[in-house]
Design a protein around this ligand. Structure first.
Ligand code: ADP
Ligand code: ZN
Length: 816
C-alpha cells in the first residue's frame, strides 16, 4: 500500500501547516477534520488534519516526514464543508488557519493534552525483577497512570527519574498516554442516591442527619435523588452518603448531565400564530430555495414589530420538516431577551444555544450535540456562524446591520459576511433581516443581488410610535439634561401606571473632568481618551483599559484650583430622575451595573414583570427587547455619536436611534418617543424624526458614491502598534512607502488602488500602545485581496515593520 501523508495545522505552531507521515497501522483512522498528536521539535502538539495525500510533500533537503503519534478523534470534528469555510476565512482576513480554528471550535478542544505514563503488560511481567527505584515502580503498579507532577514527588533526583523512565519506555515497559485535562471536555456528572434497603437504613442508628437523609430517600419511593438537592437540607451529607453506600444500603448513580444555556426569560406560552398575508408572501418566496437547495440572499427590511421573527421560525420549521438543519445568528444582547425562550418553546430539544454567557462546559456540550446532529436548530451569536450543523439548509442573520457581528480583535471577521460565504458554498438560502439594514445590504437589494422585502407596518396594525423633537438649545439651565417636555411626559407615564425608558449612549456620571481656565481635560495615563467620572466610586475611570484615579481639584497643567466635571452619563440620569420623580422605581442597565447575562436577565425580568417602571440604559437596552408596557422612550442625547469623524457614524446613529424608538408601543397601547438634540437640522436626526429609513439610505448612498466609500469600493485598514511612539510612526511611514510602491505597480496593471494615510489612529494610544493606521481602497475585491498579499509579504522583509505589530482589518466597520 502506498504511504499516506497528512497536511496538518498544528495548534502550537502558528501560521503554516506541517506535513506528517501516517503510519500504516493508523491508515484507517486518519481522516481530514480529525485531531492528531504530532511530534513538534522535541515535544509534541495537538494538530488537525486538513488534507491527506499519497504523494510525499516537497521538503527541504534532508528533512523527512515524521510520523503522526496518535489519532485522537473517532470522527471528524470539523466537517469538510466547515473546513473549506475556515480556509476561506483564513485567506480572506489574512489570519492563520490555526487561529481560525480557535475561534470556530469550543475552547479546550485545541489544548494539548498533558502527558501521563502507565505501565504496560510487558512492564507488569518484569515488574518483579525491576530492582531500581521501588517507589517509582510502586506508583506505576498502583495507579492507572501517573502524571509528571506525581513523578516529581519520588525521592530521587529528577534527572535520575527521567533516565529510568526513558530506559523503561524504550524497552516497552511503560508507555505514554494523554490526559485531556480541563473540565469543559469532561461531561458533567450528577451523582444521585437511591435507597435500596429501607430496613437496614433504619437500623443504622438514630443520628439526626442520618434520619433526615433516609426520610428524604424514602419519600422518593425508589427514585434516585440528586446529591445537590439533598445538600440543601442535610448536614454532613458527604459523610452519611458514603457510610450508607459502604453498607450497601443505598446505590450511588452517576448520570451525565447536558449543560446548556439557562438565562432564558420568563415567558407566557402561546401557540404560533398564522402568518399574515405579507408574512406568508415572503415565506413563499424563500421556500423554493430551501427545498431545491439553491443559494440566494434575501433581505427583509421590516420595522420593529412587523413580524420578522415569526417568518424566521416558519422557515426553520420548514427546514426541519425537510430534514435540514438551520442556523440563526442574533446580536449578543438580543439573546438575553425573550428570544431564547421563544425559540426554546418552539423547538424544544432540537435547539442549541450559543453565546458568551455559557460556561465552557456548556459550550462544549452544545457543540457536541450539534456536531452529532442531535440538535438541528442553532441560535447563537457571532461565532455560531462556525457551528458544525449537520445538513445545513438555511441561515438567518437577524439585525444584520449590528456592529457586534464584527469581531474587533485578533481575527477581524464579520459574521454576516462569513454567513453569506457559507451559504454560497453550500448552495442554500440566507435571510438577512433588520428594521434598519446596513447601507451596504440595502444597496445590494436595490441592485437586485439580494431579493429584498419590505414590511412597513406592524403586526395587527399596531401604530408606529409618535416622535417629538426637543431642541435643547432652547431649554433653560434647569432642563439641560431632562427637558421640561421629557420631565412632564415621564410624570404622566408613571401616573398612568405605564413604563418609560431613557436611553443615553454614555455611562458614568460625568463624561470628563476639565480645567475651566486652560481647557485641559484629564486623560488616561495609558490611552488617549478622557476619563469618565463615576460618582458611586468617587473616581475617574478609563472605559478602555480600566485605569482609574481620584477626582482632581488642581489642574495638572496650569496649576489653578479650577477643575470641574462636565457632561453626563447614565449614572447622572439615574440621579436626576430619582430627584425629580420620587415615585420612580429605576432599573439601570449599563456595563457598570450589569456584569453578565444572568444579571441582565434579572434586570429585564424586573421590567417585564413591572417591578420597575423606569428603565435607564446605554445601547445595551437599544435592541431586541419587547416590553409591551413601555409607552414612553426618551432619547436623552441624540447627538452623542454624530461628532465622530467616521464615514459610517451617520448610519450607526440612525440605526441606533430608530432601534431605540422601536422599543415603544409594542403592546396594545400606542407609544411615544421624545428625542433631545442640539442638531435638529442634521440629516440623520431628520431621518429618524420622519422614520424614513429608505430615504436616509438613498441619501447616504449618494454621498458615499461621491466620496467613493464602500459599498462602491472595498477598504482595508492596516494598523501598526507598538509601545514606542517613534518606532510606531517610523513603521507606519515605511508601510505607506511599501503600499504606495505596490499601488503604483498595480496601477500599471490596470488595477487601481488608492492609499490614504498614514495617520495616527483617532484613538492614538490604547493600553499603553501607540497606534498608526493606513487605509487602502480598491474597486474590486480581487484587486484588494491581491494588493494586501503583496504588501504583507513586503512588510515581512522590512526591518521597521518587523519591530511592531501589524494587523489587517478587511472591510473595517469603523475608520477609528
Ligand atoms: P419583529 O421580529 O419584526 O420585531 P416579531 O416577529 O417579534 O416582529 O412580531 C412582533 C409581535 O407580533 C410579536 O409579539 C409576535 O408574537 C406578533 N406576531 C407576529 N406575527 C404574527 C401573526 N401572524 N399574527 C399575530 N401576531 C403575530
Ligand atoms: Zn486607559
Amino acid at each position: 500500500m502506498a504511504d499516506l501523508f497528512a497536511e496538518t495545522t498544528v495548534f502550537k505552531a502558528l501560521d503554516r501547516t506541517l506535513h506528517y507521515l501516517v503510519p500504516a497501522e493508523m491508515g484507517g483512522q486518519a481522516a481530514v477534520g480529525k485531531r492528531v498528536i504530532v511530534p513538534l521539535g522535541r515535544s509534541e502538539s495537538l494538530g488537525l488534519i486538513v488534507a491527506l495525500q499519497e504523494t510525499p510533500p516537497l521538503l527541504h533537503n534532508g528533512l523527512v516526514c515524521r510520523p503522526i503519534k496518535a489519532v485522537v478523534d473517532a470522527a471528524p470534528i470539523v466537517p469538510a464543508e466547515l473546513l473549506e469555510l475556515c480556509q476561506w476565512v483564513s485567506s480572506y482576513y489574512f489570519y492563520p488557519l490555526v487561529e481560525v480554528f480557535k475561534t470556530a471550535l469550543p475552547s479546550g478542544i485545541h489544548n494539548s493534552p498533558s502527558i501521563r505514563f502507565r505501565i504496560t503488560a510487558a512492564g507488569r511481567e518484569v515488574a518483579k525483577s525491576w530492582e531500581e527505584a521501588p517507589d517509582l515502580l510502586q506508583l506505576l503498579v498502583q495507579r492507572e497512570s501517573v502524571s509528571l507532577a506525581q513523578l516529581k514527588e519520588i525521592p530521587l533526583s529528577p534527572a535520575k527519574v527521567r533516565e529510568i523512565m526513558r530506559r523503561q519506555e524504550s524497552q516497552g515497559h511503560i508507555e505514554r498516554c494523554f490526559d485531556w485535562g480541563p473540565s469543559p471536555l469532561r461531561p458533567k456528572v450528577v451523582k444521585s442516591l437511591r435507597l435500596l434497603d429501607a430496613e437496614a437504613a433504619q437500623a443504622m442508628g438514630d443520628n439526626e442527619n442520618l434520619r433526615a437523609l433516609v426520610n428524604h430517600l424514602q419519600q422518593a419511593r425508589g427514585r434516585a435523588v440528586p446529591l445537590r438537592d439533598l445538600r440543601k437540607n442535610i448536614r454532613n451529607l458527604t459523610y452519611w452518603a458514603r457510610k450508607l453506600a459502604e453498607q450497601g444500603v443505598v446505590a450511588v448513580d452517576c448520570g451525565k448531565e447536558l449543560r446548556q444555556s439557562d438565562f432564558a426569560q420568563e415567558m407566557v406560552v402561546s401557540s404560533p400564530p398564522f402568518l399574515t398575508a405579507e408574512q406568508s408572501a415572503i415565506f413563499e418566496e424563500v421556500d423554493p430555495y430551501l427545498e431545491e437547495r439553491r443559494f440566494q440572499p434575501f433581505l427583509i427590511h421590516g420595522v420593529t414589530g412587523s413580524g420578522k421573527t415569526e417568518i424566521y421560525m416558519s422557515l426553520l420549521e420548514r427546514a426541519l420538516s425537510l430534514g435540514l438543519g438551520a442556523l440563526v445568528l442574533v446580536p449578543e444582547i438580543a439573546l438575553s431577551t425573550q428570544v431564547e425562550a421563544l425559540f426554546r418553546q418552539r423547538f424544544g430539544q432540537q435547539l442549541a444555544v450559543w453565546h458568551s454567557g455559557l460556561t465552557s462546559g456548556a459550550r462544549y456540550d452544545q457543540w457536541r450535540e450539534i456536531l452529532t446532529g442531535a440538535r438541528k436548530v442553532i441560535l447563537g451569536v457571532r461565532s455560531a456562524v462556525f457551528m458544525p450543523v449537520t445538513n445545513l439548509g438555511v441561515i438567518i442573520v437577524d439585525e444584520e446591520h449590528d456592529g457586534s457581528y464584527k469581531q474587533e480583535d485578533r481575527l477581524r471577521y464579520h459574521a454576516r459576511d462569513v454567513a453569506l460565504m457559507r451559504a454560497q458554498m453550500l448552495g442554500i438560502p440566507i435571510v438577512l433581516g433588520s428594521a434598519t439594514p446596513s447601507v451596504q445590504s440595502y444597496y445590494h437589494a436595490e441592485k437586485r443581488r439580494y431579493k429584498g422585502f419590505c414590511l412597513e407596518r406592524r403586526i395587527l396594525n399596531r401604530p408606529l410610535p409618535q416622535l417629538q423633537l426637543v431642541d435643547m438649545r432652547r431649554e433653560s439651565a434647569d432642563g439641560r439634561v431632562l427637558s421640561a417636555a421629557l420631565q412632564r411626559a415621564l410624570a404622566d407615564t408613571l401616573k398612568n401606571g405605564e413604563q418609560a425608558m431613557l436611553f443615553l449612549n454614555r455611562r458614568g456620571f460625568a463624561s470628563f473632568q476639565l480645567c475651566h481656565r486652560c481647557g485641559h481635560v484629564l486623560q488616561c495615563r495609558h490611552c488617549s481618551v478622557s476619563l469618565t467620572y463615576h460618582q458611586k466610586e468617587g473616581a475617574l475611570r478609563c472605559h478602555y483599559c480600566g485605569w482609574q484615579c481620584g477626582v482632581q481639584q488642581q489642574c495638572p497643567v496650569c496649576g489653578q484650583m479650577s477643575m470641574i466635571l462636565h457632561g453626563y452619563g447614565t449614572e447622572r440620569i439615574e440621579e436626576e430622575v430619582r430627584r425629580r420623580l420620587p415615585e420612580a422605581v429605576i432599573v439601570r442597565i449599563d456595563r457598570d451595573t450589569v456584569s453578565g447575562p444572568a444579571a441582565m436577565a434579572g434586570c429585564l425580568n424586573a421590567i417585564r414583570s413591572c417591578r420597575g417602571n423606569v428603565l435607564i440604559g446605554t445601547q445595551m437596552i437599544a435592541k431586541g427587547h419587547d416590553f409591551p408596557n413601555i409607552t414612553l422612550v426618551g432619547i436623552v442625547n441624540a447627538d452623542t455619536a454624530l461628532q465622530i469623524g467616521d464615514y459610517r457614524s451617520g448610519e450607526t446613529t440612525v440605526q441606533t436611534l430608530m432601534q431605540v424608538a422601536g422599543r415603544t408601543g409594542r403592546g396594545d397601547k400606542p407609544g411615544r418617543v421624545i428625542l433631545q438634540t442640539y442638531n435638529p437640522e442634521h440629516y440623520t436626526i431628520k431621518a429618524v424624526m420622519h422614520m424614513q429609513y429608505g430615504v436616509f439610505c438613498r441619501q447616504e448612498l449618494e454621498s458615499r458614491n461621491a466620496l467613493q466609500y464602500p459599498p462602491f469600493t472595498r477598504l482595508v485598514k492596516f494598523m501598526v502598534t507598538a509601545q514606542d511612539e517613534g518606532r510606531t510612526q517610523a513603521a507606519a511611514t515605511q508601510l505607506a512607502i511599501l503600499a504606495r510602491q505596490t499601488a503604483q505597480e498595480f496601477r500599471l496593471g490596470s488595477k487601481p488602488v488608492a492609499i490614504l494615510g498614514p495617520t495616527p489612529a483617532p484613538l492614538a494610544k490604547l493600553k499603553g500602545r501607540y497606534r498608526w493606521q493606513l487605509f487602502a481602497k480598491a474597486w474590486t475585491n480581487q484587486d484588494l485581496q491581491e494588493f494586501i498579499g503583496v504588501v504583507l509579504a513586503a512588510a515581512k522583509r522590512s526591518k521597521e515593520l518587523r519591530q511592531v505589530q501589524l494587523s489587517v482589518d478587511r472591510d473595517p466597520i469603523t475608520t477609528l
